[in-house]
Design a protein around this ligand. Structure first.
Ligand code: 3EB
Length: 343
C-alpha cells in the first residue's frame, strides 16, 4: 500500500472539506505511471499526475486545491478546469507527439505555445484575468533537440503565447515553477483570480524576464512571488527559487552552498513581500515548501539545511526532479495557503 500525503489548500473561509466536490483540482506526484494510489482523485476531472518520486519517507504527494461555495466545471480545448466565484484552477496535459507536424518547430515549443494559448482562452472566457500561479512540468527538461535545450524550447512557446494573449488578461507576470519530470507529457496547471495580485521580485536577482541571452533566445516569464488577497486573507505564492544571484548560478557543484543561497533568496523575497504588502508578516515558517532535488543522494544535506533555517515548524515535501539549469541542484517553492495536512 502506498502512503499518501495530502496537502490541502484551504483558502480563507473554506470549511475543511475532504469531499471531492469541494476540490478545484489536484496535482499528484509519484513515480510509477502504472497504478494510481488515489483512484478517487485519478478520476477527478481537474487532476494531473506528475511522474516524480518522493525522496522523504512517503511515496505520494497529492496537493488538493479547495474552494468554498458553488463550483462550476468546464473544458476548453485540452484545458480541464473548475472555478468558484473567486478562484479558478485548471490543468492540461499535452503529448508532444501530437505536435510533430509543424516543420522546423520543436514539438515541445509548439505544445507549450498551445498550452498557454488555451489557458489564456479559458481565462478570457471565464473572466479570471489575473493568474496567481503557473506550474510547468516536462520530461527531459535539460536534453538537447532541434539545436536547443528543451527548457529553452518551452520558453519560446510560452513567450509566443504571452505575446499573443488578449489584452483583458492581466499584464502581470505571475509566480511559476518549471521542472523536469522523469517522463510523461507536458503538464501545465494554473490558478487565477478575478482581482490582480501583487507581483513580488527579488532585489538580489535580475527579474527572470530580463535574463540575458546566454540562458536562451527567449526569457522565462515568471515573477519571484505573487501576493493575492483571496476572500479577505493574504496568500503568498513563492515561485521556484534557486541558487541564482543577479542572473548567475552560484555554488555550482556545491549542494550545501546552493541550499543556503536559495534560502537567502527566499528570505529576500519574503522581506520584499512584507514591505509591499503592508500588513503581511511572512517568515520562513509561514510557508509550506515543495523541494525539488536533482540528485537523490543530496536529499540529506538539503533537508538538514532547510530544517536548520526554518526551525521545528518546517513543513516540506521533497521530490526528485531535474531543474531547468544544468548546474542547479535544488529548487524550492512555497505557498502560505496550505491550511492543513493529513497523512
Ligand atoms: C530561476 O530562478 C530558476 O521558467 O517558469 C524558477 C521558477 C525557474 C520558474 C519558469 C524557472 C521558472 O530562473 C528557474
Amino acid at each position: 500500500m502506498l502512503k499518501d500525503t495530502y496537502f490541502n489548500t484551504v483558502f480563507p473561509h473554506a470549511k475543511e472539506n475532504k469531499e471531492l466536490s469541494g476540490i478545484l483540482g489536484a496535482l499528484c506526484f509519484w513515480q510509477n505511471k502504472a497504478t494510481s494510489p488515489a483512484p478517487d482523485l485519478a478520476a477527478h476531472p481537474t487532476h494531473a499526475h506528475v511522474q516524480m518520486a518522493r525522496l522523504d519517507n512517503k511515496q505520494v504527494l497529492c496537493e488538493l486545491f479547495q474552494a468554498d461555495g458553488m463550483i462550476k466545471q468546464g473544458q476548453l480545448g485540452a484545458v480541464r478546469y473548475r472555478c468558484s466565484d473567486s478562484l479558478i484552477f485548471g490543468v492540461l496535459t499535452l503529448s508532444e507527439s501530437d505536435f510533430e507536424q509543424e516543420a522546423g518547430i520543436p514539438p515541445l515549443q509548439a505544445a507549450s505555445r498551445t498550452a498557454y494559448e488555451q489557458i489564456f482562452a479559458v481565462l478570457e472566457a471565464e473572466a479570471f484575468p489575473s493568474v496567481l500561479r503557473f506550474w510547468n512540468y516536462m520530461a527531459r527538461i535539460n536534453e538537447q533537440s532541434h539545436g536547443l535545450e528543451r527548457y529553452r524550447q518551452f520558453n519560446l512557446g510560452r513567450q509566443q503565447a504571452f505575446d499573443a494573449r488578449q489584452s483583458a488578461i492581466s499584464v502581470n507576470i505571475p509566480a511559476a515553477c518549471a521542472l523536469g519530470s522523469a517522463e510523461g507529457p507536458l503538464i501545465v496547471a494554473f490558478m487565477a483570480s478575478r482581482v490582480d495580485s501583487l507581483v513580488i521580485e527579488n532585489p538580489r536577482q535580475i527579474s527572470a524576464y530580463d535574463y540575458p541571452l546566454q540562458y536562451g533566445p527567449r526569457s522565462p516569464l515568471f515573477s519571484r512571488a505573487g501576493l493575492a488577497t483571496i476572500d479577505g486573507a493574504e496568500v503568498l505564492f513563492l515561485s521556484g527559487t534557486a541558487s541564482i544571484v543577479g542572473h548567475e548560478t552560484l555554488h555550482a557543484g556545491d549542494v550545501l552552498g546552493q541550499t543556503r543561497e536559495t534560502i537567502a533568496n527566499i528570505n529576500a523575497v519574503l522581506v520584499e513581500a512584507n514591505r509591499k504588502a503592508g500588513n503581511a508578516r511572512f517568515e520562513l515558517a509561514s510557508l509550506h515548501y515543495k523541494v525539488y532535488v536533482r540528485n537523490a543522494e543530496d536529499y540529506a544535506v538539503i533537508s538538514r539545511e532547510l530544517a536548520a533555517a526554518v526551525g521545528p515548524g518546517l513543513k516540506a515535501v521533497y521530490l526528485q526532479a531535474d531543474i531547468c539549469r544544468q548546474d542547479l541542484l535544488v529548487e524550492i517553492e512555497g505557498t502560505s495557503a496550505f491550511a492543513h495536512e493529513t497523512l
